[in-house]
Design a protein around this ligand. Structure first.
Ligand SMILES: Cc1cc2nc3c(=O)[nH]c(=O)nc-3n(C[C@H](O)[C@H](O)[C@H](O)COP(=O)(O)OP(=O)(O)OC[C@H]3O[C@@H](n4cnc5c(N)ncnc54)[C@H](O)[C@@H]3O)c2cc1C
Length: 337
């Protein structure tokens, strides 16, 4: 069980800045996110799109903002638990206990929910009985590419994830890239590299076709794909990787007994606490009169929420407001005298 001053649910821009605001007050935290990387909507929905309304940064992309936020919190050496969805939140002896779908457990006096529009989850295959292969031969993300060495892998999808993994895994496995359309949506330079590999006989592309069935009892043995003209083809397959994009689901957050307003959590705008003491909601997931779903609003919200977190985590210490220019904590962390 990991014990911290605060548990941050969500590694979007607001969750990342929460690490900073807690850190400069001397509080430690963990960050948990369902995605395989930090950045939330900025990295998942618009990594290359410019943002023009971050104070002091005239223009940056979603990816650049994420990288800058990660750089800014580096001194706090915060541990991230990625690919993990927070499923359970319970009160235990005055603290909050959190459990993830990977059965990791955390305890803290404070929880900061920076869950945005909910957890991003993979759009799953809908074929009958296909779920029996999930986690063994069917995957919606790659956690450890070493597990996929020397296999027959069928990759479904036409976007960047499908193309990037086809390219990467073709270095050590037999790859068949399958897409329901002839045109791919992913980056053109990746597609060109893939087409070159196909020409050299190092990878196969099958279009326009879809998964018709998956054969095997415990372990997957083969799949059958169906072309637009009705023809079918059986392919020996050990592993299916499916990349059909992500759907956003509020998920378990709705079951934690918080005051909800549609898909958002009601907070007071003094410290962004919810109806449960010690549970805060910030960023896109919170609502209060006048709320604006902007990154800069989320930054303000975590600044205030972290003050209340300090009072709960250090009940015997007095909170002292400080500018970072003269903060000893930040100077120590940055190695400045
Ligand atoms: C196309 C587009 C353009 C935009 N442009 C701008 C702009 O120019 N300026 C601006 O200010 N804003 C812009 N926004 C809005 C901005 O991206 C959001 O306001 C911001 O991302 C909210 O940050 P957040 O950290 O609150 O949530 P998010 O970025 O949504 O991150 C939430 C994270 O929480 C995780 N999560 C949720 N539930 C769980 C759970 N149970 N367990 C584990 N993890 C969980 C999710 O996986 C996600 O990674 C834009 C949005 C879009 C879609």
């Amino acid at each position: 069980m990991v014990k911290k001053d605060a548990i941050i649910i969500g590694a979007g821009p607001v969750g990342l800045f929460a690490v900073h605001q807690l850190g400069i007050k001397g509080l430690n935290a963990v960050v948990i996110d369902n995605l395989d990387k930090a950045g939330g909507q900025c990295i998942e929905l618009y990594p290359d799109k410019p943002i023009y309304d971050i104070p002091g940064i005239p223009e940056c992309t979603g990816e650049e903002l994420t990288n800058k936020l990660l750089e800014q919190i580096k001194p706090f050496k915060t541990k991230f638990f990625l690919n993990e969805r927070v499923d359970e939140v319970q009160q235990k002896n005055g603290n909050w206990f959190v459990k993830t779908n990977n059965k990791n457990e955390f305890i803290a006096p404070n929880i900061i929910i920076a869950g945005g529009v909910g957890s991003f989850e993979p759009r799953k295959l809908t074929l009958k009985d296909i779920e029996k292969f999930e986690g063994k031969s069917l995957f919606y993300s790659v956690k450890n590419k070493d597990d996929l060495k020397n296999k027959n892998i069928s990759i479904f999808g036409g976007g960047d994830s499908a193309l990037d993994w086809a390219l990467e895994l073709s270095k050590f496995s037999k790859i068949i890239l399958i897409h329901r359309r002839n045109e791919f949506r992913g980056a053109i330079h990746t597609l060109n590299e893939i087409k070159k590999l196909e020409k050299d006989g190092k990878l196969s592309i099958k279009t326009p076709c879809q998964l018709e069935s998956a054969e095997g009892d415990k372990n997957l043995k083969s799949i059958t794909i169906k072309y637009e003209d009705g023809k079918t083809e059986k392919i020996n397959t050990d592993i299916i990787l499916s990349f059909f994009g992500l759907v956003m689901k509020l998920g378990p957050i709705a079951e934690w007994g918080l005051n909800m307003n549609k898909k958002t959590i009601k907070v007071n705008s003094e410290n962004f606490e919810t109806n449960k003491r010690g549970i805060f909601a910030v960023g896109d997931i919170c609502t209060y009169p006048g709320k604006l779903k902007l990154i800069l609003s989320g930054f303000h919200e975590v600044a205030l929420a972290s003050v209340e977190c300090f009072k709960r985590a250090r009940p015997n210490e007095k909170y002292r407001f400080e500018f970072t220019t003269s903060s000893k904590i930040i100077q120590d962390r940055l190695g400045k005298k």
